[in-house]
Ligand binder design. Structure first.
Ligand code: NAD
Length: 489
Protein backbone atom coordinates (compact mmCIF):
# COMPACT_ATOMS: atom_id res chain seq x y z
CA UNK A 1 0.00 0.00 0.00
CA UNK A 2 1.68 3.24 -1.14
CA UNK A 3 0.68 6.22 0.95
CA UNK A 4 1.95 9.58 2.02
CA UNK A 5 -0.59 10.50 4.69
CA UNK A 6 -0.54 7.61 7.17
CA UNK A 7 1.72 7.11 10.18
CA UNK A 8 3.74 10.31 10.08
CA UNK A 9 5.50 9.25 13.28
CA UNK A 10 7.06 6.19 11.71
CA UNK A 11 10.69 6.26 10.62
CA UNK A 12 11.45 5.89 6.93
CA UNK A 13 13.93 3.17 5.93
CA UNK A 14 17.03 4.89 4.51
CA UNK A 15 18.60 4.31 1.13
CA UNK A 16 22.40 4.11 0.83
CA UNK A 17 24.10 5.92 -2.03
CA UNK A 18 27.84 6.56 -2.21
CA UNK A 19 28.39 5.13 1.27
CA UNK A 20 25.93 7.46 2.99
CA UNK A 21 22.45 6.68 4.29
CA UNK A 22 19.84 9.22 3.20
CA UNK A 23 16.09 9.65 3.11
CA UNK A 24 14.45 9.03 -0.25
CA UNK A 25 12.15 11.70 -1.60
CA UNK A 26 9.89 9.05 -3.18
CA UNK A 27 6.45 7.98 -1.98
CA UNK A 28 6.28 5.62 0.98
CA UNK A 29 4.32 2.55 2.09
CA UNK A 30 3.76 1.23 5.59
CA UNK A 31 5.58 -1.96 6.57
CA UNK A 32 3.66 -4.01 9.11
CA UNK A 33 4.97 -6.70 11.43
CA UNK A 34 3.40 -9.91 10.03
CA UNK A 35 3.21 -11.36 13.56
CA UNK A 36 1.02 -8.56 14.93
CA UNK A 37 -0.24 -6.52 11.99
CA UNK A 38 1.22 -3.39 13.62
CA UNK A 39 2.77 -0.65 11.48
CA UNK A 40 6.54 -0.57 12.00
CA UNK A 41 8.29 1.70 9.47
CA UNK A 42 7.74 3.50 6.18
CA UNK A 43 9.33 2.00 3.08
CA UNK A 44 10.30 4.44 0.35
CA UNK A 45 9.87 3.94 -3.38
CA UNK A 46 12.94 5.61 -4.91
CA UNK A 47 12.66 8.15 -7.68
CA UNK A 48 14.38 7.51 -11.03
CA UNK A 49 16.97 10.15 -10.08
CA UNK A 50 17.84 8.24 -6.92
CA UNK A 51 18.17 4.95 -8.80
CA UNK A 52 20.40 6.65 -11.35
CA UNK A 53 22.51 8.25 -8.59
CA UNK A 54 23.06 4.83 -6.98
CA UNK A 55 24.25 3.35 -10.29
CA UNK A 56 26.47 6.38 -10.83
CA UNK A 57 28.01 5.93 -7.36
CA UNK A 58 28.72 2.26 -8.17
CA UNK A 59 30.15 3.22 -11.58
CA UNK A 60 32.41 5.90 -10.07
CA UNK A 61 33.68 3.58 -7.34
CA UNK A 62 34.52 0.75 -9.74
CA UNK A 63 37.96 1.78 -11.11
CA UNK A 64 39.59 2.20 -7.69
CA UNK A 65 37.85 -0.79 -6.12
CA UNK A 66 38.68 -3.16 -8.97
CA UNK A 67 42.34 -2.06 -8.67
CA UNK A 68 42.39 -2.65 -4.91
CA UNK A 69 44.65 -5.67 -4.23
CA UNK A 70 42.61 -8.84 -3.86
CA UNK A 71 44.10 -9.61 -0.43
CA UNK A 72 42.88 -6.24 0.81
CA UNK A 73 39.39 -6.94 -0.57
CA UNK A 74 39.45 -10.31 1.19
CA UNK A 75 40.49 -8.67 4.48
CA UNK A 76 37.43 -6.43 4.36
CA UNK A 77 35.32 -9.59 4.05
CA UNK A 78 37.05 -11.12 7.09
CA UNK A 79 36.34 -7.98 9.09
CA UNK A 80 32.78 -7.93 7.74
CA UNK A 81 32.20 -11.49 8.89
CA UNK A 82 33.37 -10.52 12.37
CA UNK A 83 31.03 -7.51 12.48
CA UNK A 84 28.03 -9.49 11.24
CA UNK A 85 28.73 -12.04 13.95
CA UNK A 86 28.95 -9.32 16.60
CA UNK A 87 25.51 -8.10 15.47
CA UNK A 88 23.98 -11.58 15.25
CA UNK A 89 21.21 -11.03 17.81
CA UNK A 90 20.14 -7.73 16.30
CA UNK A 91 20.09 -9.15 12.75
CA UNK A 92 18.22 -12.31 13.75
CA UNK A 93 15.55 -10.32 15.61
CA UNK A 94 15.20 -7.91 12.71
CA UNK A 95 14.75 -10.80 10.27
CA UNK A 96 11.98 -12.24 12.45
CA UNK A 97 10.30 -8.86 12.87
CA UNK A 98 10.31 -8.11 9.13
CA UNK A 99 9.47 -11.53 7.77
CA UNK A 100 7.67 -13.41 10.56
CA UNK A 101 10.04 -16.42 10.70
CA UNK A 102 10.63 -18.01 14.09
CA UNK A 103 13.82 -16.95 15.85
CA UNK A 104 15.29 -20.43 15.22
CA UNK A 105 14.56 -20.09 11.51
CA UNK A 106 16.11 -16.62 11.40
CA UNK A 107 19.17 -18.03 13.16
CA UNK A 108 19.44 -20.75 10.53
CA UNK A 109 19.21 -18.30 7.64
CA UNK A 110 21.68 -15.96 9.36
CA UNK A 111 24.15 -18.86 9.60
CA UNK A 112 23.75 -19.64 5.89
CA UNK A 113 24.37 -15.95 5.19
CA UNK A 114 27.61 -16.00 7.20
CA UNK A 115 28.76 -18.94 5.06
CA UNK A 116 28.44 -16.74 1.96
CA UNK A 117 30.73 -14.11 3.49
CA UNK A 118 33.22 -16.83 4.43
CA UNK A 119 33.14 -18.12 0.87
CA UNK A 120 33.70 -14.60 -0.51
CA UNK A 121 36.64 -14.09 1.88
CA UNK A 122 38.41 -16.90 0.02
CA UNK A 123 38.44 -14.77 -3.14
CA UNK A 124 42.23 -14.83 -3.70
CA UNK A 125 42.03 -18.59 -4.27
CA UNK A 126 38.71 -18.37 -6.11
CA UNK A 127 40.13 -15.95 -8.68
CA UNK A 128 43.17 -18.08 -9.51
CA UNK A 129 43.55 -18.55 -13.23
CA UNK A 130 45.17 -21.28 -15.30
CA UNK A 131 48.38 -21.35 -17.29
CA UNK A 132 49.78 -23.58 -19.99
CA UNK A 133 53.45 -23.25 -20.77
CA UNK A 134 54.84 -23.51 -24.33
CA UNK A 135 51.62 -23.65 -26.35
CA UNK A 136 54.07 -23.15 -29.21
CA UNK A 137 57.83 -22.40 -29.21
CA UNK A 138 58.46 -19.47 -26.84
CA UNK A 139 54.71 -18.94 -26.31
CA UNK A 140 52.77 -19.34 -23.01
CA UNK A 141 49.05 -18.89 -22.29
CA UNK A 142 47.49 -17.75 -19.01
CA UNK A 143 43.91 -16.98 -18.03
CA UNK A 144 42.83 -14.44 -15.42
CA UNK A 145 39.46 -13.34 -14.07
CA UNK A 146 38.52 -9.69 -14.01
CA UNK A 147 35.48 -7.99 -12.46
CA UNK A 148 32.63 -6.68 -14.61
CA UNK A 149 31.70 -3.29 -13.15
CA UNK A 150 28.46 -2.16 -11.50
CA UNK A 151 26.31 -5.21 -10.66
CA UNK A 152 22.70 -5.23 -9.47
CA UNK A 153 20.89 -7.55 -7.03
CA UNK A 154 17.10 -7.84 -6.75
CA UNK A 155 15.91 -9.97 -3.84
CA UNK A 156 12.66 -11.55 -2.51
CA UNK A 157 10.82 -11.19 0.79
CA UNK A 158 11.33 -14.68 2.16
CA UNK A 159 15.00 -14.40 3.20
CA UNK A 160 15.59 -10.72 4.06
CA UNK A 161 19.12 -11.38 5.31
CA UNK A 162 20.42 -14.48 3.55
CA UNK A 163 19.51 -13.90 -0.10
CA UNK A 164 21.20 -10.47 -0.34
CA UNK A 165 24.25 -12.18 1.19
CA UNK A 166 24.17 -14.76 -1.63
CA UNK A 167 25.03 -11.90 -3.98
CA UNK A 168 26.93 -8.83 -2.86
CA UNK A 169 29.81 -10.29 -0.75
CA UNK A 170 31.01 -12.43 -3.66
CA UNK A 171 30.37 -9.75 -6.31
CA UNK A 172 32.26 -7.15 -4.28
CA UNK A 173 35.10 -9.48 -3.25
CA UNK A 174 35.60 -10.23 -6.97
CA UNK A 175 36.19 -6.48 -7.49
CA UNK A 176 32.74 -5.33 -8.66
CA UNK A 177 30.58 -2.60 -7.20
CA UNK A 178 26.95 -3.21 -6.30
CA UNK A 179 23.43 -1.78 -6.21
CA UNK A 180 20.98 -3.84 -4.15
CA UNK A 181 17.21 -3.49 -4.53
CA UNK A 182 15.76 -5.62 -1.71
CA UNK A 183 12.12 -6.69 -1.51
CA UNK A 184 9.89 -3.74 -0.71
CA UNK A 185 8.28 -5.94 1.94
CA UNK A 186 11.49 -6.54 3.95
CA UNK A 187 14.10 -3.86 3.17
CA UNK A 188 15.52 -3.20 6.64
CA UNK A 189 17.77 -6.26 7.02
CA UNK A 190 19.42 -5.43 3.67
CA UNK A 191 20.14 -1.84 4.77
CA UNK A 192 21.63 -3.05 8.03
CA UNK A 193 24.01 -5.55 6.39
CA UNK A 194 25.11 -2.86 3.94
CA UNK A 195 25.82 -0.45 6.82
CA UNK A 196 27.98 -3.10 8.49
CA UNK A 197 29.95 -3.57 5.28
CA UNK A 198 30.90 0.10 5.40
CA UNK A 199 31.87 -0.30 9.06
CA UNK A 200 34.23 -3.04 7.86
CA UNK A 201 36.10 -0.45 5.80
CA UNK A 202 34.49 -0.60 2.36
CA UNK A 203 35.27 2.52 0.26
CA UNK A 204 32.32 4.84 -0.49
CA UNK A 205 30.09 3.87 -3.41
CA UNK A 206 31.10 0.20 -3.65
CA UNK A 207 27.80 -0.91 -2.07
CA UNK A 208 24.50 0.94 -2.60
CA UNK A 209 20.94 0.14 -1.55
CA UNK A 210 17.79 1.51 -3.20
CA UNK A 211 14.14 0.67 -2.55
CA UNK A 212 11.10 0.20 -4.71
CA UNK A 213 9.22 -2.28 -6.86
CA UNK A 214 8.77 -2.70 -10.65
CA UNK A 215 9.65 0.90 -11.53
CA UNK A 216 12.93 0.75 -9.63
CA UNK A 217 13.76 -2.63 -11.17
CA UNK A 218 12.97 -1.42 -14.69
CA UNK A 219 15.23 1.60 -14.23
CA UNK A 220 18.09 -0.72 -13.21
CA UNK A 221 17.47 -3.25 -16.02
CA UNK A 222 17.64 -0.60 -18.73
CA UNK A 223 20.57 1.39 -17.32
CA UNK A 224 23.55 1.07 -19.70
CA UNK A 225 26.03 1.39 -16.81
CA UNK A 226 24.79 -1.85 -15.17
CA UNK A 227 26.80 -4.88 -16.32
CA UNK A 228 25.13 -7.80 -14.54
CA UNK A 229 21.85 -8.57 -12.78
CA UNK A 230 21.28 -11.21 -10.10
CA UNK A 231 17.64 -11.89 -9.27
CA UNK A 232 15.88 -14.16 -6.80
CA UNK A 233 12.07 -14.27 -6.75
CA UNK A 234 8.99 -15.75 -8.41
CA UNK A 235 9.12 -17.43 -11.84
CA UNK A 236 7.00 -14.91 -13.83
CA UNK A 237 9.11 -11.98 -12.57
CA UNK A 238 12.32 -14.00 -13.08
CA UNK A 239 11.40 -14.65 -16.72
CA UNK A 240 10.61 -10.97 -17.28
CA UNK A 241 13.88 -9.87 -15.69
CA UNK A 242 15.88 -12.47 -17.61
CA UNK A 243 14.39 -11.31 -20.92
CA UNK A 244 14.61 -7.58 -20.21
CA UNK A 245 18.13 -7.62 -18.76
CA UNK A 246 19.45 -9.85 -21.58
CA UNK A 247 17.80 -7.64 -24.21
CA UNK A 248 19.66 -4.73 -22.61
CA UNK A 249 22.97 -6.54 -22.99
CA UNK A 250 23.50 -7.60 -19.39
CA UNK A 251 24.76 -10.81 -17.92
CA UNK A 252 21.86 -12.22 -15.89
CA UNK A 253 21.06 -15.01 -13.43
CA UNK A 254 17.48 -15.43 -12.20
CA UNK A 255 16.69 -17.89 -9.42
CA UNK A 256 12.96 -18.48 -9.53
CA UNK A 257 9.91 -20.20 -8.03
CA UNK A 258 9.55 -23.85 -7.11
CA UNK A 259 7.30 -26.84 -6.51
CA UNK A 260 9.41 -29.37 -4.67
CA UNK A 261 8.56 -33.05 -4.28
CA UNK A 262 9.60 -35.49 -1.57
CA UNK A 263 9.32 -39.16 -2.46
CA UNK A 264 8.70 -41.42 0.53
CA UNK A 265 9.54 -45.11 0.04
CA UNK A 266 7.97 -47.92 2.10
CA UNK A 267 11.38 -48.69 3.66
CA UNK A 268 11.89 -45.16 5.05
CA UNK A 269 12.71 -44.51 8.70
CA UNK A 270 9.25 -43.19 9.57
CA UNK A 271 9.98 -41.00 12.61
CA UNK A 272 12.80 -38.93 11.07
CA UNK A 273 11.01 -38.85 7.69
CA UNK A 274 7.93 -37.25 9.26
CA UNK A 275 10.00 -34.79 11.33
CA UNK A 276 12.05 -33.83 8.28
CA UNK A 277 9.05 -33.37 5.98
CA UNK A 278 7.23 -31.29 8.60
CA UNK A 279 10.22 -29.01 8.96
CA UNK A 280 10.70 -28.75 5.19
CA UNK A 281 7.02 -28.14 4.36
CA UNK A 282 6.01 -25.91 7.24
CA UNK A 283 9.31 -24.30 8.29
CA UNK A 284 9.25 -20.57 7.47
CA UNK A 285 5.46 -21.04 7.04
CA UNK A 286 6.14 -22.82 3.74
CA UNK A 287 7.64 -19.62 2.32
CA UNK A 288 10.90 -21.22 1.22
CA UNK A 289 12.03 -22.05 -2.33
CA UNK A 290 13.32 -25.45 -1.21
CA UNK A 291 10.22 -26.31 0.86
CA UNK A 292 8.58 -29.65 0.16
CA UNK A 293 5.11 -28.82 -1.11
CA UNK A 294 4.25 -32.24 -2.57
CA UNK A 295 4.87 -35.59 -0.88
CA UNK A 296 4.79 -38.59 -3.21
CA UNK A 297 3.96 -41.58 -1.04
CA UNK A 298 4.99 -44.85 -2.66
CA UNK A 299 2.97 -48.08 -2.17
CA UNK A 300 1.75 -49.05 1.28
CA UNK A 301 3.56 -46.24 3.13
CA UNK A 302 0.80 -43.70 2.31
CA UNK A 303 -1.84 -44.31 5.01
CA UNK A 304 0.62 -44.40 7.91
CA UNK A 305 2.57 -41.42 6.61
CA UNK A 306 -0.55 -39.28 6.22
CA UNK A 307 -1.80 -40.07 9.73
CA UNK A 308 1.66 -39.27 11.20
CA UNK A 309 1.78 -35.98 9.27
CA UNK A 310 -1.67 -35.00 10.56
CA UNK A 311 -0.58 -35.79 14.13
CA UNK A 312 2.55 -33.67 13.73
CA UNK A 313 0.50 -30.89 12.09
CA UNK A 314 -1.90 -30.86 15.06
CA UNK A 315 1.09 -30.44 17.39
CA UNK A 316 2.57 -27.46 15.51
CA UNK A 317 1.81 -24.26 17.44
CA UNK A 318 1.40 -21.09 15.41
CA UNK A 319 2.32 -17.70 16.84
CA UNK A 320 4.76 -14.78 16.72
CA UNK A 321 8.23 -16.02 15.78
CA UNK A 322 9.80 -14.71 18.98
CA UNK A 323 7.27 -16.46 21.25
CA UNK A 324 8.78 -19.45 23.11
CA UNK A 325 7.41 -22.75 21.83
CA UNK A 326 6.20 -21.28 18.55
CA UNK A 327 6.49 -23.88 15.78
CA UNK A 328 5.38 -21.73 12.86
CA UNK A 329 5.14 -17.98 12.36
CA UNK A 330 2.74 -15.97 10.19
CA UNK A 331 2.82 -15.57 6.41
CA UNK A 332 4.11 -12.28 5.08
CA UNK A 333 0.98 -10.21 4.35
CA UNK A 334 -2.84 -10.44 4.55
CA UNK A 335 -2.85 -10.65 0.73
CA UNK A 336 -0.51 -13.66 0.85
CA UNK A 337 -2.83 -15.32 3.39
CA UNK A 338 -5.83 -14.69 1.16
CA UNK A 339 -4.00 -16.15 -1.86
CA UNK A 340 -3.06 -19.29 0.10
CA UNK A 341 -6.63 -19.69 1.39
CA UNK A 342 -7.75 -19.43 -2.26
CA UNK A 343 -5.54 -22.43 -3.07
CA UNK A 344 -7.06 -24.42 -0.18
CA UNK A 345 -10.54 -23.71 -1.61
CA UNK A 346 -9.27 -24.66 -5.06
CA UNK A 347 -7.95 -27.99 -3.75
CA UNK A 348 -11.34 -28.80 -2.23
CA UNK A 349 -13.10 -27.87 -5.48
CA UNK A 350 -10.76 -30.11 -7.46
CA UNK A 351 -11.65 -33.06 -5.24
CA UNK A 352 -8.52 -33.46 -3.11
CA UNK A 353 -9.15 -34.69 0.44
CA UNK A 354 -8.49 -31.96 3.02
CA UNK A 355 -7.20 -33.98 5.99
CA UNK A 356 -5.88 -31.05 8.03
CA UNK A 357 -7.38 -27.56 7.66
CA UNK A 358 -5.05 -24.82 8.90
CA UNK A 359 -7.72 -22.17 8.42
CA UNK A 360 -9.24 -23.33 11.73
CA UNK A 361 -6.09 -22.60 13.74
CA UNK A 362 -6.15 -19.24 15.45
CA UNK A 363 -3.64 -16.99 17.20
CA UNK A 364 -4.28 -14.15 19.66
CA UNK A 365 -1.45 -11.97 18.30
CA UNK A 366 -3.38 -10.34 15.46
CA UNK A 367 -1.03 -11.17 12.56
CA UNK A 368 -1.43 -13.12 9.32
CA UNK A 369 -1.66 -16.71 10.54
CA UNK A 370 -2.61 -19.96 8.92
CA UNK A 371 -2.04 -23.39 10.44
CA UNK A 372 -0.51 -26.46 8.81
CA UNK A 373 -2.75 -27.66 5.98
CA UNK A 374 -2.57 -31.13 4.42
CA UNK A 375 -4.36 -32.58 1.38
CA UNK A 376 -4.39 -36.31 0.62
CA UNK A 377 -5.34 -38.07 -2.64
CA UNK A 378 -4.07 -35.15 -4.70
CA UNK A 379 -3.72 -35.80 -8.44
CA UNK A 380 -0.69 -34.47 -10.37
CA UNK A 381 -2.90 -32.44 -12.72
CA UNK A 382 -4.59 -30.46 -9.91
CA UNK A 383 -3.55 -26.82 -9.50
CA UNK A 384 -2.49 -27.39 -5.88
CA UNK A 385 -0.06 -30.04 -7.17
CA UNK A 386 1.34 -27.95 -10.03
CA UNK A 387 1.46 -24.31 -8.90
CA UNK A 388 3.68 -22.72 -6.29
CA UNK A 389 1.46 -21.89 -3.29
CA UNK A 390 4.28 -20.54 -1.10
CA UNK A 391 2.50 -21.13 2.18
CA UNK A 392 1.88 -23.88 4.74
CA UNK A 393 -0.03 -26.24 2.41
CA UNK A 394 1.20 -29.77 1.71
CA UNK A 395 -0.24 -32.09 -0.97
CA UNK A 396 0.13 -35.87 -0.78
CA UNK A 397 0.05 -37.81 -4.05
CA UNK A 398 -0.04 -41.61 -3.98
CA UNK A 399 2.30 -43.49 -6.36
CA UNK A 400 2.53 -47.19 -7.28
CA UNK A 401 6.31 -47.50 -7.31
CA UNK A 402 9.52 -45.49 -7.64
CA UNK A 403 9.26 -45.08 -11.40
CA UNK A 404 5.70 -43.81 -11.08
CA UNK A 405 6.93 -41.38 -8.39
CA UNK A 406 9.72 -40.18 -10.68
CA UNK A 407 7.20 -39.62 -13.48
CA UNK A 408 5.23 -37.36 -11.11
CA UNK A 409 8.33 -35.45 -9.92
CA UNK A 410 9.67 -35.00 -13.45
CA UNK A 411 6.26 -33.90 -14.76
CA UNK A 412 6.65 -30.61 -12.85
CA UNK A 413 7.41 -27.39 -14.72
CA UNK A 414 9.75 -26.50 -11.88
CA UNK A 415 13.08 -28.14 -11.08
CA UNK A 416 14.44 -26.55 -7.95
CA UNK A 417 14.73 -29.39 -5.43
CA UNK A 418 13.51 -32.92 -4.72
CA UNK A 419 14.15 -35.42 -1.95
CA UNK A 420 13.84 -39.13 -1.31
CA UNK A 421 13.37 -40.96 1.98
CA UNK A 422 14.62 -44.55 1.97
CA UNK A 423 17.05 -46.95 3.65
CA UNK A 424 18.20 -48.32 0.28
CA UNK A 425 21.37 -46.91 -1.25
CA UNK A 426 20.43 -48.29 -4.66
CA UNK A 427 17.01 -46.60 -4.56
CA UNK A 428 18.53 -43.29 -3.47
CA UNK A 429 21.18 -43.52 -6.19
CA UNK A 430 18.60 -44.24 -8.91
CA UNK A 431 16.48 -41.32 -7.70
CA UNK A 432 19.40 -38.87 -7.55
CA UNK A 433 20.44 -39.84 -11.07
CA UNK A 434 16.93 -39.65 -12.56
CA UNK A 435 15.18 -36.73 -10.86
CA UNK A 436 15.03 -33.58 -12.98
CA UNK A 437 15.84 -31.06 -10.27
CA UNK A 438 19.09 -29.25 -9.69
CA UNK A 439 19.22 -29.87 -5.93
CA UNK A 440 18.57 -33.33 -4.49
CA UNK A 441 18.14 -34.45 -0.89
CA UNK A 442 18.57 -38.00 0.39
CA UNK A 443 16.82 -38.40 3.74
CA UNK A 444 16.84 -34.63 4.16
CA UNK A 445 14.22 -32.07 3.35
CA UNK A 446 16.02 -28.81 2.61
CA UNK A 447 18.79 -29.70 0.14
CA UNK A 448 20.05 -26.11 -0.13
CA UNK A 449 23.77 -26.49 -0.87
CA UNK A 450 26.46 -24.81 1.26
CA UNK A 451 28.01 -21.71 -0.33
CA UNK A 452 30.92 -23.55 -1.99
CA UNK A 453 28.37 -25.20 -4.32
CA UNK A 454 26.02 -23.39 -6.70
CA UNK A 455 22.34 -22.98 -5.80
CA UNK A 456 21.36 -24.90 -8.85
CA UNK A 457 17.65 -24.86 -9.76
CA UNK A 458 16.56 -26.25 -13.16
CA UNK A 459 13.63 -25.73 -15.57
CA UNK A 460 11.27 -22.89 -14.55
CA UNK A 461 13.18 -22.50 -11.29
CA UNK A 462 16.13 -20.84 -13.00
CA UNK A 463 16.72 -18.57 -15.99
CA UNK A 464 20.33 -18.06 -17.05
CA UNK A 465 23.54 -20.05 -17.38
CA UNK A 466 25.62 -19.53 -14.25
CA UNK A 467 23.94 -20.10 -10.88
CA UNK A 468 24.53 -18.15 -7.66
CA UNK A 469 27.43 -19.09 -5.34
CA UNK A 470 30.12 -21.74 -5.77
CA UNK A 471 32.41 -21.59 -8.78
CA UNK A 472 29.40 -20.61 -10.93
CA UNK A 473 29.03 -17.48 -8.80
CA UNK A 474 32.68 -16.52 -9.28
CA UNK A 475 32.39 -17.03 -13.04
CA UNK A 476 29.17 -15.01 -13.09
CA UNK A 477 30.80 -12.00 -11.45
CA UNK A 478 33.99 -12.09 -13.53
CA UNK A 479 35.08 -12.00 -17.15
CA UNK A 480 37.79 -14.40 -18.33
CA UNK A 481 40.86 -13.00 -20.06
CA UNK A 482 43.44 -15.21 -21.75
CA UNK A 483 46.90 -13.72 -22.27
CA UNK A 484 49.12 -15.39 -24.86
CA UNK A 485 52.76 -14.21 -24.68
CA UNK A 486 55.78 -14.81 -26.86
CA UNK A 487 59.24 -14.41 -25.34
CA UNK A 488 61.66 -15.63 -28.00
CA UNK A 489 64.51 -17.60 -26.45
P1 NAD B 1 8.65 -11.55 -6.32
O1 NAD B 1 8.99 -12.12 -7.65
O2 NAD B 1 7.30 -11.00 -6.12
O3 NAD B 1 9.66 -10.34 -5.97
C1 NAD B 1 11.05 -10.51 -6.04
C2 NAD B 1 11.70 -9.14 -6.32
O4 NAD B 1 11.24 -8.65 -7.59
C3 NAD B 1 11.35 -8.07 -5.30
O5 NAD B 1 12.48 -7.28 -5.07
C4 NAD B 1 10.24 -7.28 -5.98
O6 NAD B 1 10.20 -5.93 -5.55
C5 NAD B 1 10.60 -7.37 -7.45
N1 NAD B 1 9.43 -7.39 -8.33
C6 NAD B 1 8.18 -7.83 -8.04
N2 NAD B 1 7.37 -7.72 -9.10
C7 NAD B 1 8.11 -7.21 -10.09
C8 NAD B 1 7.84 -6.87 -11.45
N3 NAD B 1 6.64 -7.04 -11.99
N4 NAD B 1 8.85 -6.37 -12.21
C9 NAD B 1 10.07 -6.18 -11.69
N5 NAD B 1 10.38 -6.48 -10.39
C10 NAD B 1 9.43 -6.98 -9.61
O7 NAD B 1 9.01 -12.68 -5.24
P2 NAD B 1 8.68 -12.67 -3.68
O8 NAD B 1 7.22 -12.87 -3.50
O9 NAD B 1 9.33 -11.52 -3.02
O10 NAD B 1 9.47 -13.98 -3.22
C11 NAD B 1 8.94 -15.26 -3.28
C12 NAD B 1 9.38 -15.99 -4.54
O11 NAD B 1 10.80 -16.07 -4.59
C13 NAD B 1 8.88 -17.43 -4.58
O12 NAD B 1 8.44 -17.70 -5.88
C14 NAD B 1 10.12 -18.24 -4.24
O13 NAD B 1 10.12 -19.56 -4.73
C15 NAD B 1 11.17 -17.42 -4.89
N6 NAD B 1 12.49 -17.71 -4.34
C16 NAD B 1 13.34 -18.45 -5.09
C17 NAD B 1 14.58 -18.79 -4.60
C18 NAD B 1 15.52 -19.63 -5.41
O14 NAD B 1 16.67 -19.74 -5.03
N7 NAD B 1 15.10 -20.21 -6.51
C19 NAD B 1 14.97 -18.36 -3.31
C20 NAD B 1 14.09 -17.58 -2.58
C21 NAD B 1 12.84 -17.26 -3.10
Amino acid sequence: MVTSAVSVDLKTVPIIIGGKPRVSSGKTAVQTNPATGEAVVLIPYCTNEEISAAVEAAQQAFPAWSQTPVLQRARIMFKYRQLVEQHADELIRLCTEENGKTIEESKGSYQRGIECIEFAAGVPSLLMGETVERVSPGVDSASTRQPLGACVGITPFNFPLMVPLWMFPLAIACGNTFVLKPSDRVPRSAVRVAELLYEAGLPAGVMNVVHGAKDAVDALLTDKRVKAVSFVGSSPVAKYIYQTASANGKRVQCLAGAKNHSVVMPDCEMKTTVETIMSSSFGCAGERCVATSVVVAVGEVGDRLVSELIRAGDATKIGPGDRPGCGMGPVITPEARERIVGYIEQGQKEGAKLVRDGRKDTCDAGGYYLGTTIFDNVKPEMRIAREEIFGPVLSVIRARDLNHALEIVNGSEHGNASSIYTKSGATARHFAASTQTGMVGVNLGVPAPVAVFPFSGWKNSFFGDLHALGKDGVRFYTETKVVTSRWPE
